[in-house]
Ligand binder design. Sequence first.
Ligand SMILES: *[C@@H]1O[C@H](CO)[C@@H](O)[C@H](O)[C@H]1NC(C)=O
Ligand SMILES: *[C@@H]1O[C@H](CO)[C@@H](O)[C@H](O)[C@H]1NC(C)=O
Ligand SMILES: *[C@@H]1O[C@H](CO)[C@@H](O)[C@H](O)[C@H]1NC(C)=O
Ligand SMILES: *[C@@H]1O[C@H](CO)[C@@H](O)[C@H](O)[C@H]1NC(C)=O
Ligand SMILES: *[C@@H]1O[C@H](CO)[C@@H](O)[C@H](O)[C@H]1NC(C)=O
Ligand SMILES: *[C@@H]1O[C@H](CO)[C@@H](O)[C@H](O)[C@H]1NC(C)=O
Ligand SMILES: [Ca+2]
Length: 519
Amino acid sequence: MQGVNLSWWFLVLLLLWTFAVVADSASVTSSERGGVGRSQRRGGGGGAEKKKRYHRIQHGQCSYTFILPELDGCQAAGSTEQYGSARSRTSVVQRDSPTMDGDWPTQKLQHLENTMENNTQWLQKLESFVQKTLRRDVANIPSHVVHNQTAAMLEIGTNLLTHTAEQTRKLNVVEAKVLNHTSRIEIQLLENSLSTNKLEKELLLQTSEIGRLRDKNSRLENKVQKLESQQRGELEDMRQEKNRLQSVVRTQMSAIESLERQLRVASSNNTALQRQQALLMESVHTLINMVSATGSPPRSQMWRDCADVYKAGHSVSGLYHIYIGNRTEPLQVYCDMETDGGGWTVFQRRFNGSVDFQRSWSEYRMGFGDVLGEHWLGNEALHHLTSQGQYSLRVELRDWEGNSAHSQYDRFTLGSERQQYRLYLRGYSGTAGRQSSLASHGTRFSTRDQDNDNCDHCKCALMLTGGWWFDACGFSNLNGIYYAIGHNIRKLNGIKWHHFRGPSYSLHSTAMMARPYDF
Ligand SMILES: *[C@@H]1O[C@H](CO)[C@@H](O)[C@H](O)[C@H]1NC(C)=O
Ligand SMILES: *[C@@H]1O[C@H](CO)[C@@H](O)[C@H](O)[C@H]1NC(C)=O
Ligand SMILES: *[C@@H]1O[C@H](CO)[C@@H](O)[C@H](O)[C@H]1NC(C)=O
Ligand SMILES: *[C@@H]1O[C@H](CO)[C@@H](O)[C@H](O)[C@H]1NC(C)=O
Ligand SMILES: *[C@@H]1O[C@H](CO)[C@@H](O)[C@H](O)[C@H]1NC(C)=O
Ligand SMILES: *[C@@H]1O[C@H](CO)[C@@H](O)[C@H](O)[C@H]1NC(C)=O
Ligand SMILES: [Ca+2]
């Protein structure tokens, strides 16, 4: 009776311990490699352990000793909860394991769990069976049967323990494998994340680089656009300039064409003039021949001056023969048929310095030079000319700057040689100064060899050169030395007309001519 009770109690203890061992081994981590061995040592009942309990059961002549480990917080009633917690820890391991490629360990664990469940169920069945058997046979079962039963149950318990330990070991191995797998995967993941980080960094770098390049590109584009617009503007400017130049060229071309036309007209005009001159010369020569052949021409053809020539219908400037006074010898003179209506008998002309005007009294009396070029007609001829009637004097002047001027005297008379060719003038007008540059009343003619001037202690003709109506010595001398351009200023002995260009300016060209006052 008492032995049966004992064996029942023992069985409960055994079960309790089994669950405790399972729970303990399930909590072993992968780093605790010796976890399996420890639980085995406990199962084997090593006597050196600190926390262990000895249970001795006496049944008749036989006694059974059990060595059980002390379990903290372990209670018989909480056995199922202990198991439950073990299961949850297992499932924690399951949850920690990677989901990918984790089918195999999960299946295995599931299998082991099933086995454990089966075992538990089996044990519960056994327990209930034992209880029933004990209750039924407790009265009439002899002690040796009880003894046999107890032994059998112990054997079964031992087998169960071994089985459980084996399962636990397998579970640990699986767990380690899972953990190894997990750690490997974790390492891989770590590596992956590392490489991912690296890639991300590279990506960032490349992104920033791309941004930098884009900035650069946009700046370059801006620059290119600016340059393009600038070049476009320059091109436009150049095009306008080209158009302007083209128009200038066009206008110049048309100007050149018109000039060419004018040149053609002028040259044809020129040839016409030349023809006219040749005709004139021919008629002059026939006239001369006629004169020399027949002696004196008819009185009607004996012109007294150029005014007569002009009135006879000759309006071209040039050489003509006139008969001054009652003379029968013709005199060659140059007639100016253009100035102020023409009809002028020219008695002095200078324009290029080809004729020397440093002459003697007799030379000035008779005249010198080329009647067609520079010349002095002669004081004697001039005296006779102005004695024919009332004559006017005109003086034509031109300076080196191209300015022209004239002085005109309404009345002009030259005395005889006995009067030293005194000069009488009246009625001044003209553009070469508001005053006359010639002394008007009775100035006598002087040359280097005849001093008739009004300078008591000097010889004006020697100082100022040439022959002239010197006063003392006066404001003019158109027979002075001819100075070329560049040498014509600050010359007291040059060709002077004081009230035109001052006392020391030598003029470019001069002409002195006479015409009847009533022309
Ligand atoms: C557990 O028991 C069930 C029936 O209860 C059975 O089908 C199964 O194969 C058993 N598993 C093991 C591992 O013994
Ligand atoms: C008890 O066990 C012994 C040996 O195991 C056996 O010989 C004997 O017959 C058993 N007794 C009963 C009643 O079963
Ligand atoms: C994991 O298992 C591999 C073989 O599958 C083994 O070579 C390696 O040493 C194990 N690592 C650890 C930490 O157990
Ligand atoms: C000469 O020129 C004048 C104008 O200066 C003109 O009237 C005349 O027709 C021209 N004569 C010839 C032949 O071209
Ligand atoms: C010219 O001769 C005429 C008479 O034929 C005379 O009356 C006149 O005075 C003379 N003229 C001169 C300038 O000698
Ligand atoms: C001055 O003009 C005349 C007539 O035109 C000419 O014959 C002479 O060669 C010219 N002399 C000089 C130095 O130019
Ligand atoms: Ca003198």
